[in-house]
Ligand binder design. Structure first.
Ligand code: FAD
Length: 433
């Protein structure tokens, strides 16, 4: 009987340490340095953050997203899920633990497909937490459909020359390098004609035209760049993986990235539920606590039910990734987690906001940020609709059309079949009467 929902005691002790450490030492960073987690550390911040990273390292919990065979010290996706659901409480936590998106996904593909030289130049500094990276795939005119991308690289002797536009390249303004997905052969299908390049951000011709901000951030001071690649020359050695391999690489990267977002979302949704419950037990109106009102009890029950289902499913999917070591095989369930994630976070954060009354809507509470985060989760790494299509296609693979005119579960047909199956026995029984 192999089904098991227990965490081994040694790792649970680590998680208990992480939980206290994040609440006591890391969450304060969210208030001291809001939204600065992807800005390279200055001396003042280093004094606070480097010792915290050292504590994480000493506990063996630093950068555990990659397994040892990929140069990391990871414990697998299931254990990463249990860790990430704690880190999801805080914006700074994944940086302090060396496992922040998009660097985790970028590190993963360099570990899988990079040359030794690329691993030394890019992977090691990423794993050391001394470098940020950006994934530059979406274009201004095309996001959900990568077959429409037009940014291209043309071979010129020992170099490639990249031209085109990319949009929403997260953290490009603080990243040391970009992983750019471009067309290298327009004569074949996009699935065979696109490649990825590792491009240092300071390469001549890389122009960050605008740093798009999310809602609430100052105009042009955000972290999602519109980039013009204008005659950007990179050596042939900048190619990541083989020519034409971009789609396969993207699937590796995005599969991991999506489930990691889902893991962290559990933590954020749990935080919203915690706040909802605390408020329900603290606020009285019309003669009783909010916790005694049936509507509020409904909010709490629905939220708990949504969260617990989501959490179990995400951990199950992580377990599948560990078991099969094949993102393609687990694609359907990763897509399901991606589809469900925005709704779970949105619903729980919305109810928590409602229970807080007017205070809940203010910038003195985090609920709108969470709700906005839910909207972002419905788009980053691909829109919900596209993932639903993936789920439906994969589900349908296990079915075939009915042979006849009626559905196979058509009751008159079932009755006839049942009678035919047991005809001998039925006749016997009738005969005995
Ligand atoms: C916070 C954030 C960070 C991001 N970071 C990065 C990054 O680092 N690098 C990067 O390259 N990109 C990044 N993205 C971009 C993201 O990958 C795209 O937004 C996403 O792929 C959708 O592309 P689009 O925005 O162009 O929407 P479109 O492709 O224009 O789609 C718009 C809408 O159309 C509908 N739609 C699209 N396709 C279908 C379909 N087949 N069936 C039904 N409906 C459909 C959906 O409602 C969809 O939301 C980020 C996005 C966000 C919000």
């Amino acid at each position: 009987m192999a089904w098991d929902f227990e965490t081994d005691p040694d790792y649970q002790a680590k998680l208990d340490w992480v939980s206290d450490f994040v609440r006591e030492k890391v969450e304060p960073l969210d208030y001291l340095f809001p939204h600065e987690q992807f800005v390279p550390l200055d001396d003042a911040k280093r004094k606070i953050i480097d010792p915290l990273k050292a504590e994480v390292r000493a506990q063996g919990m630093w950068a555990t997203h990659l397994s040892p065979e990929l140069s990391g010290q990871g414990h697998g996706q299931l254990k990463l899920g249990l860790l990430n659901e704690i880190l999801g409480r805080s914006l700074w936590a994944s940086v302090v633990f060396g496992c922040q998106a998009p660097d985790t996904g970028n590190a993963e593909i360099i570990a899988h497909y990079g040359t030794d030289e690329q691993k030394t130049t890019y992977l090691q500094p990423l794993l050391d937490g001394e470098m940020f990276s950006s994934y530059s795939m979406t274009e201004p005119h095309a996001g959900a459909d990568p077959t429409m991308f037009t940014t291209k690289a043309v071979r010129d002797g020992d170099e490639w020359v990249i031209n085109g536009w990319k949009y929403f390249s997260s953290n490009a303004k603080t990243a040391s390098f970009l992983i750019v997905m471009v067309v290298t052969n327009s004569d074949v299908s996009a699935y065979a004609g696109m490649s990825m390049f590792l491009v240092p951000t300071d390469t001549p011709g890389v122009k960050l035209v605008r740093n798009v901000g999310l809602w609430g951030e100052a105009m042009n001071e955000g972290f999602h760049s519109l980039i013009h690649y204008e005659d950007v020359r990179v050596p042939a050695s900048a190619l990541l993986g083989g020519e034409g391999q971009a789609f396969a690489i993207a699937q590796t990267r995005l599969g991991g990235g999506r489930i990691h977002h889902a893991m962290r979302t559990i933590g954020m949704a749990q935080k919203a539920l915690d706040m909802m419950c605390e408020r329900a037990l603290s606020r009285e109106t019309q003669g009783s606590l909010l916790a005694d009102k049936q509507f509020v009890q409904g909010y709490i029950a629905d939220s708990y039910a949504q969260l617990v289902q989501f959490r179990l499913f995400v951990l199950y999917t992580a377990w599948e990734i560990d078991k099969y070591n094949d993102y393609k095989r687990v694609r359907k369930d990763i897509a399901v987690a991606k589809v469900v994630m925005p709704t779970v976070l949105h619903d729980i954060a919305w109810r928590a906001m409602q229970v807080h009354g007017a205070l809940g809507t203010t910038n003195e509470m985090p609920f709108f940020g969470m709700i906005h985060g839910a909207g972002v989760m419905g788009l980053a790494d691909g829109p919900t609709e596209v993932h639903k299509i993936t789920v439906a296609r994969q589900v349908l693979r296990d079915y075939k059309p009915t042979d006849g005119m009626w559905p196979s579960e058509w009751i008159p047909g079932k009755i006839d079949a049942a009678k035919a199956k047991y005809a001998d026995l039925l006749e016997l029984e009738v005969g005995n009467l």
